[in-house]
Every structure is written in C-alpha cells, then in structure tokens.
Write a protein that binds this ligand. Structure first.
Ligand code: LFR
Length: 498
C-alpha cells in the first residue's frame, strides 16, 4: 500500500545519516503522507594530515554502502536513493576515473587570504557580479586557486571535478554528473548566465575541462553498478540527482504557505538565513550586505546569508569534552537557560570564530577586547553564543527585508539546530516575530522530495511542500521581551560594525 519508497543520505560536517522515506496513500484527511525512518547514522570527521585538513571520503562511501545493505536487510525496498552534503568541496578524478588524493575539508588552511587576493586582482564588484556569492573563505574558487598557485600536481593531472555528493554517487553508479545546486556554490558558475565561468577559470589557472554541464535536481543519474549490487546483495536501485547541496534540500522542505514570500533559517553547523526567489538578486546592495545567490531546487534561487552558526558551540563542546568535562547538548542548553541574560555578546561572523580549536579562549578574548564581562562557565559561554546568534539572525532578516522590500511575518526554522529549543525561543524574541520550527530532518526530507519528483509521485516543488506540511508537525514560538532585546540589538550592531 506504499506509493513509493526512497532512501536519502544526508551528510553534514559532523555526522551523516541514512533515512528511509515512505510515501503513504491518502489518509482520512485526503492527503498523502511521507513517513521518515532513520536507519543509519555515522560520524564524519575532519582529519588533519601534515598541515592539511581532509575528509575521509572512502569511509563515507563505506557507511553509504553499509546503509544500503541495511535498508534491504531490514525489509525496506527503496526504488531510488539521493545524496546531499555540505557545499563547496570536491574530489578530482584522473583520466582513468580514479580519485586523485583525499578531498580537502573546506576549513583547510590553504584558502587563507585567497579570497582577499582575488578581490585585489579582479575587484569585489566584478567577482560578485559574475558569481553572485558571498565571499566565504571556503568557496570552491578559493580552494582551486590555492591549488593552482601551489602548482598542484593533482590539479595538473585532473580530468574531472566532482563535487562531494556527485563523487559519492559516482563511486556507487560509475556515472559522472554535476548537479546544479552544488555547482552554484563554487563561485565559478554564473547564475545570471546559467553557465560556467570559463574565462575566470582560465585567468586563475583552473582547467575548465574539469567541469561537467550541470543537471537539475529531479533527474536520474543511473543504477548501482553490478559490482556494488553483488557486494551488498541488493538490486540495482537508481541514484537521483536531488538538491545535492544540503541547504537547498532543506529549503525545499520548508512548509511555507503557498504563494507568499517567506523567510527561513536552516540551522546546523552553519545558519543560513534567506528567502526564495525566482531570479538571482545580484546587485551592489546585495553584495554590500553580504548575501549569496545559490541555485535551489525547482528552478529557484535562494537569496541567503551564511552565518557562522552552531559551529561555535560545537567547538566549545568538543573542547570541554577533550578536557574530560563531558557535557550533552541538553545539559549545555539547560546551563545556558539559567545563565544571566545579555552578559556579553559576540559577532558570530567575526573571522576569529572560523577556524577549529581554541574556541572558548577566542570567545573570551573577543569579550575582553570589546570591554565586556568575560564568560567563565559553560553556561555563560553557551548563553553568549546563543543570544549572539539570535541577534545576528535579526540583523540578517532586517537586511534581507531591505533587499527584497518585503516585510516577513515570521521565520521558518528547520534543521538539526532546532532541537535546541532555547535557540528557537531566543530567535523569536530577538526578531520580535513568530518563529515556526520543523521539520528537524529538513535536508533528508527535501532530498526525498526530489526523488519523489523523479519517480513521478510529486509534480513540482509546490506539491512537494504540501506533502511536508501534511506530514510533519510545526511548532510555533511567540516573541516576548521586546524592550530588552531592542537594547541588546543596539549593542550588537555596534559590535558587528567593528
Ligand atoms: C551547510 C552548508 C552551507 C555551506 C557550508 C559549507 O551545511 O552546506 O550551505 O555554505 O555548509 O559547505
């Protein structure tokens, strides 16, 4: 009685998950439902080797294979699978189709100062006009230019570049594709022209032969190879090019009201605050306010700001654990809840918070330098981070309103970060508007939606979003404490303008 069964892989910078989605026929309320079950979860680590940071890509492949086997062993019969991951990262293949080295982690130090160098050489306006992206240090362009400057033998030998989700799909199907939403995170794609920026590539010594013509989400890639089927003892299920950039899959799963502009916040290691548009908004104003135009599913463009996110707290937690002070997120949130409000604030997007390690001290140093009380306890530190994020969200939301001229009624929060209910409440308070939360597994669900499109079960993004709204509960947070938040926001804006 299931209409379809699909398998979604959602890989984040800290962990990966495999989830089964089952499309159930219309219930008594006349709407079909999507039922989601997590079947596998595994850690994902940055691994430091001789001054470089890498992903353990074959380990990730191993976990994907384990999950496919497990799905069938547990009696599920997925017809298709899709893979979404964080943006920007890639592997290089030689002419024989073999992987050249371990892919770099986007926080690898090779990109230090590279964006600045590109800006000095070509001008910020010109680069933004071409690529439409915020100048994030990790953008693919910076990684490839760093390799080009270092005369990387890998770059010289490379025949094809595959972005992480496409690379994993290639390992499983033998088919090389380039999925559109990931392509738009490279800063080497021209959103306005819908084409690769081969001219810029040539100027930077990045071989344009590496790049395949992008395909849009909803297209099939191909079946598992006979070798993989034999190894796992499974049938040749088909890979679908979903919104392979996790952020775009998450946005596809925002249960927004139809026909109205909406504001969203995808909450994970990064916080992405944005809105969906039909066309990229590549203007000097959008550049000045640091907004990106990323390709989305269903032919959309996402105007969004990349905010440092829960990364800062994840790093603090990791550090405390390394010191033997084990603390769960629930405990941290409880400590933050009891800590004194508005004691000290940081600008989460200050570059000092970008690199791994030493986060607790960097927060302290920041507060000292800005003449604020220094957070001492775990609770004070967590409170400082969470309030600061909430204030940064308010600023980004107001800036977005300036750009689009639309007043948003509230904010849809999705993704793993919404399990932190304190953050959701602080966000509602900080923006002084309603916050709606859910679903938590937005990226995996959005991934499934594009598989359902490929299977002919959903005709378009609107229909897919209706399915999300019918299948997953949404929680609402009402704002309170306007006066004290307004005061804190003034102080925050001073910090952010430093
Ligand atoms: C979120 C995300 C962001 C991207 C960052 C780095 O997981 O994909 O969209 O900017 O990771 O790739």
């Amino acid at each position: 009685e299931k209409l379809a069964t699909v398998l979604a892989f959602d890989l984040g910078a800290g962990s990966g998950r495999a989830l089964i989605g089952e499309l159930l026929p219309e219930g008594p309320d006349g709407a079909p439902k999507l039922a989601v079950t997590e079947i596998h979860r595994f850690p994902n680590h940055a691994i430091a080797v001789n001054g470089h940071l890498h992903w353990d890509i074959l380990r990730l492949l191993h976990e994907l294979k384990a999950a496919i086997r497990k799905a069938f062993q547990e009696g599920y019969r997925p017809q298709t699978f899709g893979i979404d991951t964080w943006g920007v990262d890639f592997g290089l293949l030689d002419a024989g189709g073999e992987l050249l080295g371990n892919p770099y982690h986007y926080r690898d130090p090779q990109t230090e100062g590279v964006a600045e160098e590109l800006i000095a050489r070509f001008g910020k306006e010109s680069l933004y006009e071409q690529g439409g992206l915020q100048f994030m240090p990790f953008n693919t362009i910076n990684q490839l230019f760093a390799m080009s400057k270092a005369a990387s033998p890998k770059l010289a030998a490379a025949d094809t570049l595959l972005l992480t989700p496409d690379l994993l799909a290639y390992f499983l199907t033998g088919k090389k594709v380039c999925e559109f939403t990931m392509a738009t995170t490279t800063q080497l794609y021209r959103p306005k022209e819908q084409a690769w920026n081969t001219e810029l590539m040539e100027k930077l010594g990045i071989p344009s032969r590496l790049f395949l013509e992008p395909i849009h989400p909803g297209r099939t890639i191909g079946p598992l190879t006979p070798e993989v089927c034999e190894e796992l003892d499974v049938p040749a299920i088909e890979a679908v090019a979903v919104g392979t950039h996790d952020t775009e899959s998450a946005v596809a799963a925002v249960p927004a009201k139809e026909g109205e502009p909406f504001a969203y916040l995808v909450c994970g290691t990064w916080s992405l605050l944005g809105t969906e548009l039909a066309q990229p908004l590549v203007t000097p104003e959008a550049m000045a306010l640091d907004f990106s135009n990323e390709g989305g599913v269903g032919g959309t463009y996402q105007l969004l700001k990349n905010i440092m996110g829960l990364w800062i707290l994840q790093e603090c937690k990791r550090e405390w654990e390394e010191q033997g002070r084990d603390v769960s997120y629930a405990e941290l949130v409880a400590l933050a809840e009891r800590a004194e409000p508005f004691r000290s604030l940081i600008n989460p997007d200050d570059p000092t918070f970008y690199a791994p390690a030493g986060m607790v001290d960097r927060i302290r140093a920041y507060c000292r330098e800005t003449a604020q009380p220094v957070p001492e306890s775990m609770g004070e530190t967590a409170r400082c981070v969470l309030e600061s994020l909430a204030l940064r969200y308010r600023q980004a939301l107001e800036q977005m309103e300036e750009l689009t001229g639309h007043a948003y009624e509230g904010l849809h929060m999705v993704g793993g970060g919404i399990q932190n209910k304190l953050l959701c409440r602080l966000t509602a308070d900080a923006i002084g508007r309603r916050v709606w939360t859910g679903p938590v597994e937005a990226s995996a669900i959005g991934n499934m939606l594009m598989q359902l499109v490929a299977l002919g079960q959903c005709s378009n993004l609107q229909v897919a979003r209706r399915l999300v709204a019918a299948s997953f509960p949404v929680e609402a947070y009402e704002p309170s404490g306007a006066a004290e938040w307004d005061r804190a926001y003034e102080a925050f804006k001073q910090l952010a303008a430093r």
